[in-house]
Design a protein around this ligand. Structure first.
Ligand code: HEM
Length: 208
């Protein structure tokens, strides 16, 4: 494998894992939605108080995302040039999973989700009563939005179920005794996070 290709894979792994870390924090904080408006809005207002520090963190997230998408795009193109017929051999051997085969298209779906999501909540209209909590709850009372979120989280689960294991493998950061179980560990972690995110709109629709 060429050095550029290895460096790009390392960049893709590091930036992907950084976003994975953000997802865990975001998911944990989002469970406050189920606790009520005071708890959730209190958390959002607390975050906003960080002011310029928060903007730096947000700019960091955008840069990480650009680096992740950019390196993924370059690696995909390099693989296509090196192997124009695709992974015919590994597919027939059953080594390629649905998650691994849908990384690129899943990534594009997630990018679209992210743009719509941030526009809907971060830059949405918080003035309709109960602040940000009110906006989230009103949005998740719409079955079409709930359905869209659940579909997007299926794409997220597929992406993470392969991506997490792949990043661990690229960076070689897992204990040697865990390595044989790498695929199962990545699969479990990926779907657990996606399931948690998908549960939020569903629980809000029925119970909040
Ligand atoms: C399905 C459940 C989800 C809910 C209920 C949710 C909720 C929210 C809310 C309420 C905000 C606005 C926060 C604020 O402005 O203070 C937000 C922002 C954001 N969300 Fe989500 N989110 C969900 C899933 C996701 C997923 C899967 C991702 C991607 C990993 C994501 C990434 C983001 C990002 C990047 C922001 C902007 C953060 C910032 O600029 O501070 N969200 N989300």
């Amino acid at each position: 494998m060429r050095v550029t290709s290895i460096l790009l894979k390392v960049l893709m792994a590091i930036t992907g894992l950084a976003w994975f870390g953000f997802s865990i924090t975001h998911l944990t904080a989002n469970f406050l939605i189920l606790k009520g408006a005071d708890a959730f809005n209190g958390y959002a207002e607390g975050l906003a108080k960080f002011g310029p520090l928060l903007w730096v963190a947000e700019a960091g997230l955008v840069l990480l995302l650009l680096a992740h998408v950019g390196s993924a795009f370059r690696v995909t193109r390099m693989n296509k040039v090196a192997r124009p017929q695709g992974y015919v051999v590994s597919q027939t051997r059953g080594e390629a999973t649905l998650g691994s085969r849908t990384m690129a298209i899943g990534g594009v779906i997630l990018l679209a989700f992210l743009i719509i999501h941030v526009k809907m909540f971060k830059f949405g209209d918080w003035s309709g009563g109960n602040g940000l909590h009110g906006l989230v709850v009103r949005s998740f009372k719409n079955p079409l939005i709930v359905g869209g979120y659940v579909l997007a989280m299926i794409a997220f689960g597929l992406h993470l179920s392969h991506g997490v294991a792949s990043a661990f493998q690229t960076l070689g950061i897992l204990k040697p005794s865990w390595r044989p179980r790498l695929k199962e560990i990545g699969f479990f972690i990926g779907w657990a996070i996606a399931f948690g995110f998908a549960a939020l709109p569903i629980a809000t629709f029925f119970f909040v």
